[in-house]
Design a binder for this molecule. Structure first.
Ligand code: GLN
Length: 192
C-alpha cells in the first residue's frame, strides 16, 4: 500500500496515477494512516502550508517512517526531504542529502513544462514534467544518484530508499516515476 500525503497540494493526481497502474494506494491525512503504508508520496504544493499542517507528532512520524520506508517527494515534497534549504529556509525532514533553493526559476509566471530524459532501471525514459514554482537542487551529497538533469540541473534524484523530483510528474498523468517508485517499495519489502 502506497500512501499519498493528502493535507494540501496536488495529492489527488498522484492517487489517480497509482490507481492507473494498479498500485494499491490510500490518502494519508492523519498519522495513523501511515501505519498501513509501505511507501509514501509527498506531493507538490506549498511548503509553508505543509509545515503549518504537519503538527509535531505527525512530523516526527514522517521522519521515523523515512528512516525505514521509501518516500517519493515531488516539488514541495523534494523540499521537505532536503537536508538544507537556501533562499527562503524552512525546517525539513532531512532525509536526503540535498541543498535546495525554493522558487528557483522565479514566480508563478515562470512556471513551464518540459520533457525530461530519465535513467530508470538502465533505460532512458521520457518523462513529462510541469515545473510549477519549482525548486532547484544546488548541491548533492555523495550518496545521491542523479537520474535526470534539465539544463545541467539535477531534477530527479535518488538516495537509499528515497526518490525525489523538482517538478510535478503527475499533472500530465505520466506514471513512469510512480511505477519506478512502486518497484522500489516492492523491493524494499520483497513483496512480489
Ligand atoms: N514553491 C513551492 C514552495 O517552495 C513549491 C512549489 C510546488 O510544490 N509546486 O513551497
Amino acid at each position: 500500500m502506497i500512501g499519498v500525503l493528502a493535507l494540501q497540494g496536488a495529492f489527488q493526481k498522484h492517487y489517480d496515477c497509482l490507481k492507473k497502474i494498479d498500485v494499491q494506494c490510500c490518502f494519508v491525512k492523519h498519522l495513523e494512516d501511515l501505519e498501513k503504508c509501505s511507501g509514501l508520496i509527498l506531493p507538490g504544493g506549498e511548503t509553508t502550508a505543509h509545515l503549518k499542517l504537519l503538527k509535531n507528532d505527525f512530523w516526527k512520524a514522517l521522519v521515523e517512517f523515512g528512516h525505514v520506508k521509501p518516500i517519493f517527494g515531488t516539488c514541495c515534497g523534494l523540499i521537505l526531504l532536503s537536508s538544507k534549504i537556501v533562499g527562503s529556509p524552512v525546517p525539513t525532514l532531512e532525509l536526503m542529502d540535498l541543498t535546495t533553493e525554493r522558487n528557483a526559476y522565479g514566480t508563478q509566471l515562470d512556471s513551464f513544462e518540459d520533457e525530461i530524459n530519465a535513467e530508470l532501471d538502465g533505460q532512458t525514459v521520457l518523462v513529462k514534467g510541469c515545473f510549477i514554482r519549482a525548486p532547484k537542487i544546488l548541491e548533492i551529497g555523495p550518496g545521491v544518484k542523479v537520474l535526470a538533469t534539465h539544463f545541467q540541473n539535477p531534477v530527479i534524484v535518488e538516495q537509499g530508499l528515497h526518490l525525489a523530483c523538482t517538478f510535478h510528474p503527475e499533472i500530465s498523468m505520466d506514471t513512469s516515476l510512480h511505477a519506478y517508485f512502486a518497484d522500489r517499495c516492492r523491493e524494499a519489502f520483497q513483496v512480489t
